[in-house]
Unconditional design. Structure first.
Length: 338
């Protein structure tokens, strides 16, 4: 758990006064490259299984701001079949959230190939590479990409990701967006946001454990529960605070809160997928290793795909019950159905 409120004011700007260009420049001047997108992400994308097709969907040109150009890559099923369901996995919308990127890469390397011939997969493993390199929540324009998944988005990270998904998928059935909630949300990024916007800090305790953010407009509680049950085998699930909340939102069921993803401009709101969730791994837990954090992301994606397949099997059987209850019986009756 992070230090209790109050947190000291952010060192840029005047409290209560929103930042202008000078303050944003001062913020950007404090940022440094701390790790390599080329080494930690791009090099691993060169070693994908044959069933995976790597392609570039754009580039972030931050040369004018004194930074480099960042090519953006996605991976899709090479034998894409429009008759099959589509699963979208997004990572690194918040570049600093390491397991969102590394978990996506791990899943690509070890599990992507299993689904060829059954479903179509589209994976955007690192949507915010500048944020990955500088360990930042924002992009260089001091914008949070995960509030900018909306029309005419001012964040290139969000706009290019949306365009990639729209160009590749007529529809999406499952979308899993991989994130972390870190102690730096309270020590750095929350105070920076309050300073940027000239408002008081909206402080919430950082929960120790994994949780999911469902979309309030399509919560699908059984889907969320299946993912929680899968992840709890890898790492512990977050408990609510004394108000029954996680990061200020009321707990819906163990480890699950609902947020209006579309109106908040969240990545999870960018498609019409029936099954949508945002994972939130807690990497600063004294009882969670980086490997566990990556494995928790992998378990969430794996479970989401299994849930989709069970739901389709149940529907093919004409069953009204929940997928988890009917899938086994249905698979026995229809051995070829996946
Ligand atoms: Zn995040």
């Amino acid at each position: 758990m992070s230090a209790p409120h109050p947190v000291k004011p952010y060192p840029i700007g005047i409290p209560g006064k929103p930042w202008g260009a000078a303050e944003k420049d001062a913020w950007l001047a404090r940022q440094r490259v701390k790790r390599s997108y080329a080494v930690e992400v791009l090099a691993r994308l060169e070693r994908l299984p044959a069933q995976a097709e790597l392609f570039q969907y754009g580039a972030l040109d931050y040369a004018l701001l004194g930074w480099g150009t960042y090519p953006l890559f996605a991976v899709r099923t090479r034998a894409w079949n429009p008759d099959r369901p589509v699963v979208l996995v997004t990572g690194g919308v918040h570049g600093y959230e390491t397991s969102g990127v590394q978990g996506a890469l791990q899943w690509l390397e070890h599990e992507f190939h299993r689904h060829t011939g059954v479903i179509n997969l589209l994976v955007l493993p690192c949507i915010s590479p500048w944020g990955y390199e500088t360990i930042n929540r924002w992009n260089p324009d001091a914008l949070d990409p995960n509030r900018q998944f909306k029309q005419a988005s001012p964040a290139a990270e969000s706009a290019l990701a949306m365009a990639c998904v729209a160009a590749n998928c007529k529809r999406v059935d499952v979308h899993v967006d991989l994130h972390e909630t870190t102690d730096t949300d309270n020590s750095e990024f929350g105070p920076a946001k309050a300073a940027r916007d000239g408002v008081a800090l909206d402080w919430n305790a950082i929960p120790d454990g994994f949780y999911l953010v469902a979309d309030r407009e399509r919560p699908e509680p059984d889907f969320q529960r299946a993912l929680i049950d899968a992840v709890r085998r890898v790492t512990h699930i977050a408990k609510p605070d004394e108000h029954g909340h996680i990061i200020g939102a009321a707990l819906q069921q163990e480890g699950v809160i609902n947020i209006a993803q579309r109106s908040s401009g969240l990545c999870g709101g960018m498609t019409d997928a029936r099954f949508v969730t945002t994972t939130e791994v807690y990497p600063d837990s004294p009882t969670a290793t980086p490997d566990q954090c990556n494995e928790a992301q992998v378990a969430a994606v794996r479970s989401a795909i299994e849930y989709l397949q069970a739901a389709r099997a149940a529907r093919s059987c004409g069953a009204d019950a929940q997928p988890a209850q009917t899938a086994a019986a249905c698979a026995q009756a229809n051995p070829g159905l996946r």
